[in-house]
Design a binder for this molecule. Structure first.
Ligand code: DGL
Length: 269
């Protein structure tokens, strides 16, 4: 059987949290990753812009004859996917529905928190997905625009004073709402899960959306899986590959020994 890769994309580094799970759960699969580092962040942009970027990212990855696509970006999954997923004839998985189902399964008191970029929270996508399964859930949604730049700048230690301050500012209302389950609705946020968990307390379950999406992919019976041969990974970015390589290991949980290839935005347009 012909080996076809799985495509994964994000606005930048955050989607590597999905690659990490893919390598762990589906080690025979070949992966093509695209990080749109030339245009990160997506989360502060207008919906039409996010839709246009998402279509271009999909177009680029389809050039590799991928058998499935993972939209490893909370923003693109929330804002663009509901508008465009039906236009393609291959499985495209975002991070919203799997995370919503996991939160519904996890909560005991029915109080679920959702964190995300401004665009993700503005779209209401996580809330709709949860309410479809659990109409009486009590939801608290908070946009956290400062988390992505903090992560991108390596301010991730739970003892980092700036991170602590920002976590306290964003999450105090979440604590007051009494949520017992919190969706980290942006693929950058699992990197600061320790700081978030310390503030919220260990009785609150944190949902990593990339992990839930890859679990869904793993169980997708219609997707032909590679049965043997170790998987490979190719990385593409739209800005400086050196910058990407420098921080990628943090998200990926391993060093990036593969070459990181740079593409121009014209190539994906
Ligand atoms: N990783 C992106 C997400 O999941 C956040 C970064 C951005 O704003 O582009 O939403």
């Amino acid at each position: 059987m012909k080996r076809q890769p799985i495509g994964v994309f994000d606005s930048g580094l955050g989607g590597l949290t999905a690659v990490r799970e893919l390598e762990r759960l589906m080690p025979n699969e070949d992966i093509i990753y695209f990080g749109d580092t030339g245009r990160v962040p997506y989360g502060t942009r207008a919906p039409d812009t996010i839709v246009r970027y998402t279509r271009q990212d999909i177009h680029f990855l389809r050039g590799f004859d991928v058998k499935a696509l993972v939209v490893a970006c909370g923003t693109a999954s929330s804002v663009a996917l509901p508008r465009i997923a039906g236009d393609y004839d291959l499985p495209i998985l975002g991070v919203v529905s799997a995370a919503a189902s996991a939160a519904v399964a996890q909560t005991k008191n029915g109080k679920i928190g959702i964190l995300g970029t401004a665009a993700t929270i503005g779209s209401g996508a996580f809330s709709r997905a949860i309410e479809a399964e659990f109409p009486s859930a009590k939801l608290t949604s908070i946009p956290c625009p400062l988390f992505v730049p903090l992560v991108e700048n390596g301010r991730i230690s739970p003892s980092d004073p700036v991170l602590r301050l920002v976590v306290e500012e964003y999450l105090t209302p979440m604590k007051e709402a009494g949520v017992d389950t919190l969706i980290l609705g942006c693929t950058h946020y699992p990197i600061i899960a320790e700081a978030i968990g310390e503030f919220m307390g260990d009785q609150v379950s944190l949902i990593n959306p990339a992990r839930e999406a890859i679990l869904t992919l793993h169980h997708l019976s219609s997707l032909p899986k590679n049965q043997d041969g170790s998987g490979s990974c190719r990385f593409f970015v739209s800005d400086d590959p050196a910058l990407f390589s420098k921080n990628a290991s943090l998200f990926l949980g391993r060093e990036v020994s593969e070459a990181v290839e740079q593409i121009t935005l014209e190539e994906i347009g």
